[in-house]
Design a protein around this ligand. Structure first.
Ligand code: CUA
Length: 343
């Protein structure tokens, strides 16, 4: 059937131009939810795939029927349009179909809710995740670790995350590993996920605050490193301990400046007098890949940029003051060298 003005090839090309980029993004984006690497995200994926297939069938059926009816019954010379009112059988059928679809979706949904709410196994690693405007604090109470914005977990072992917030509502989400669970002030939420045994890699998984929480909501990111068990043990022992005292001259000077300035009121560096709890624990900040909650690569230049004027990097920051003008360029560079040395 050919209709003037409509070229089927162009319609197909248009659809391909729309669908192909979407599929490419879904398959390659590091925050794509359709590449699960844990039991938690695989349960979600099961529901997601099922709903997507059903939605695709409904989409094609409705669109196909609409197109066919429009073209087959269009006005033509010698044909008179006829209106029909009411058809009990048809109405029962199109009421029953959505009811059956919703009932079918409920089965995998209930299953996923039950599976993701199961109690954690006894050997699960405990993590307390706290949301702050705009960064994530991670504590491992059993391992005596406090860190920020970069979470390390061993492959193949369950992680139990206790989730709450220090100020407003945030949301904890690692698209390929776990989530989303709201971080609510004054209330504890829990989540359990087990990264796949083959999920370990050098490159981190990306996490993101998923609940609007103010000006820098979009700048509230974190990274999750899934390590081989031996590598995780090495990391956890190192970061639980005191800072490694600087040996380099510039870093030594940086420690003096750091410990004699306002930094100590807000930040902790284990093994020194700095024991503040307002900002991230910096005891091993030099071993983190990024600073400012995943915003900038951890380089001396970026550290100077951040300390000089945090608000210029992350709009809305109020707790961290700008040290531009309060410290000299040499002092800022020394602090950057010191922080970089804290591996
Ligand atoms: Cu925290 Cu959005």
């Amino acid at each position: 059937m050919r209709v003037a003005g409509i070229r089927p090839r162009r319609v197909l090309l248009g659809l391909a131009l729309l669908v192909v980029p979407l599929l490419l993004v879904a398959c390659t984006d590091p925050q794509s939810t359709v590449q699960p690497h844990s039991d938690n995200t695989r349960y979600v994926q099961t529901v997601y795939q099922f709903v997507t297939i059903l939605a695709a069938i409904v989409f094609v059926a409705i669109l196909g029927a609409t197109l066919w009816l429009t073209l087959a019954f269009r006005e033509r010379p010698g044909r008179v349009a006829r209106q029909i009112h009411g058809n009990a059988r048809l109405e029962i059928v199109w009421t029953l179909i959505p009811v059956l679809i919703v009932a079918a979706i409920a089965v995998p949904t209930m299953n996923a809710i039950a599976k993701t709410s199961e109690a954690p196994p006894a050997d699960a690693i405990k993590v307390i995740a706290t949301g702050h405007q705009w960064w994530f604090e991670f504590q491992y109470p059993d391992l005596k670790i406090t860190t920020a914005n970069e979470l390390h977990v061993p492959a193949g072992r369950a992680v139990e995350v206790e989730i709450h917030s220090d100020d407003v509502i945030h949301s904890f989400w690692i698209p390929q590993l776990a989530g989303k669970v709201d971080m609510v002030p004054g209330h504890n939420n829990f989540m359990v996920f087990t990264p796949d045994a083959d999920a370990s890699r050098e490159e981190p998984y990306l996490g993101q605050c998923a609940e609007y929480c103010g000006t820098s909501h979009a700048n509230m990111r974190f990274r999750v490193y899934v390590d081989q068990p031996a590598k995780f043990d090495e990391w956890s022992k190192r970061v639980a301990g005191d800072r490694i005292a600087p040996t380099d001259e510039l870093a030594k000077k940086g420690e003096q400046v750091f410990l004699s300035s306002a930094c100590v009121g807000c930040h902790t560096v284990q093994g020194t007098i700095a024991a503040g709890k307002v900002g991230p624990n910096l005891s091993h900040v030099g071993s983190r890949g990024t600073i400012a909650a995943g915003l900038l690569p951890n380089t001396p230049e970026n550290l100077v940029r951040w300390i000089s004027n945090p608000k210029a990097v992350k709009p809305g920051v109020v707790k961290m003051p700008a040290f531009e003008g309060q410290l000299t360029t040499e002092q800022l560079q020394a602090i950057a060298a010191y922080l970089q040395s804290l591996k």
